[in-house]
Write a protein that binds this ligand. Structure first.
Ligand code: SAH
Length: 255
C-alpha cells in the first residue's frame, strides 16, 4: 500500500494527525527533497528507509515502491504542502494502477494556506475579492495559453503564484499588461511556516526588486491583490446582525 501524504508547508506540527500516523508506521518514506522539513522524518519508526526523490526519476521512484510493496512494506510518498497542487502525483498513480499496487491520498496544508497564515491574510475579503487564482509562470512545464497570467490579471482577483519567484520581473510585466495597477499590493513569502521564513510586502511594480534585494528565487510564493492591504472592505453578511441565516434570526439594524 502506498499513501501519498501531504507534508504541509514546513513546520513539523502542521501535518494532519493522519499524516503523522502514516509517517510513524511506514517502512519506506520517499520525500520530495529540500521542500520537506527534515524534522518531519523524525516521526518515522526506527529502521524506516528514506529516499530523496529530488535525485530520482519517476521510474526509480516506482522501482523503490514496487520492491517495498513486494516485501509487504507500507510506503509513504511524502509531498510538500498538499499533494494535489503541483505534486506530480497522477503519473505515479497511473504507474501504480498498471502494477496493481493500491494507494490512497492524505491531504495536507498547502503552502498558500501557510503563507496566508504567516501574513494573517484573508484571501476572500467581501467587496475586494471572492476568488483565489492559483497559478504559475510557465517554466519547463508549459502552461495552457488559455491560462495566461494576463488573462487571469484581468479579473483583479486575489492571485497566488507558485514556482515563479525566479521570474518576478516578467511576472510583473504580465500582471500589469493584463490589468492590475503597478501599485497593487503584493507579497513574497519564503519558506512559509519554517523557522527561517521570510515575508515581504511590496507592490506588483517592485516585485523583482524585492525578490533580488532579499536573494529569493525559490521556495517562495508570490501573493497579489488588494486583500494584502485592504482599505474599505465590506463586513461579512454571515455575521451581520441584519442578516438571518439558517441558524440565526436577524435581530437588529446595523449602520
Ligand atoms: N504541493 C505544494 C506545492 C509544490 S510546488 C503545496 O501545496 O504547497 C513547489 C512550490 O511550492 C515552490 O516552488 C514554492 O513556490 C511553493 N512552496 C512550497 N512550500 C513553500 C513554503 N513553505 N513557503 C513558500 N512557498 C512554498
Amino acid at each position: 500500500m502506498v499513501n501519498f501524504v501531504g507534508a504541509g508547508p514546513g513546520a513539523k506540527d502542521l501535518v494532519t494527525v493522519r499524516a503523522q500516523r502514516l509517517l510513524s508506521t511506514a517502512g519506506v518514506i520517499i520525500y520530495t527533497g529540500s521542500l520537506i522539513n527534515p524534522e518531519l522524518l523524525e516521526y518515522a519508526k526506527p529502521g524506516c528507509q528514506f529516499y530523496n526523490s529530488a535525485r530520482m526519476t519517476l521510474e526509480e521512484v516506482i522501482d523503490v515502491i514496487k520492491d517495498a510493496h513486494n516485501n509487504g512494506t507500507e510506503i509513504v510518498r511524502l509531498h510538500t504542502g498538499d499533494p494535489s497542487i503541483y505534486g506530480a502525483i497522477k503519473e505515479q498513480m497511473d504507474k501504480l494502477d498498471e502494477l496493481g499496487i493500491p494507494y490512497a491520498s492524505c491531504p495536507g496544508v498547502s503552502s498558500f494556506c501557510g503563507a496566508a497564515a504567516s501574513l494573517n491574510l484573508e484571501y476572500t475579503l467581501p467587496g475586494i475579492s471572492q476568488s483565489v487564482i492559483i497559478t504559475r509562470m510557465e517554466g519547463r512545464t508549459p502552461v495552457p495559453t488559455t491560462e495566461s497570467i494576463e488573462s487571469f490579471a484581468a479579473h483583479n482577483a486575489t492571485m497566488v503564484l507558485f514556482l515563479s519567484t525566479g521570474m518576478a520581473g516578467s511576472l510583473s510585466q504580465k500582471l500589469i499588461s493584463g490589468g492590475y495597477s503597478p501599485d497593487t499590493p503584493a507579497a513574497i513569502v519564503y519558506k512559509a511556516t519554517w523557522a527561517d521564513e521570510e515575508k515581504y510586502i511590496c507592490t506588483i511594480g517592485t516585485l523583482e526588486e524585492t525578490a533580488q534585494k532579499h536573494n529569493i528565487s525559490k521556495t517562495a510564493l508570490i501573493i497579489i491583490g488588494n486583500i494584502i492591504v485592504p482599505g474599505g472592505y465590506n463586513r461579512s453578511e454571515l455575521y451581520n446582525p441584519c442578516f438571518s441565516t439558517e441558524y440565526r434570526e436577524s435581530s437588529q439594524e446595523i449602520s
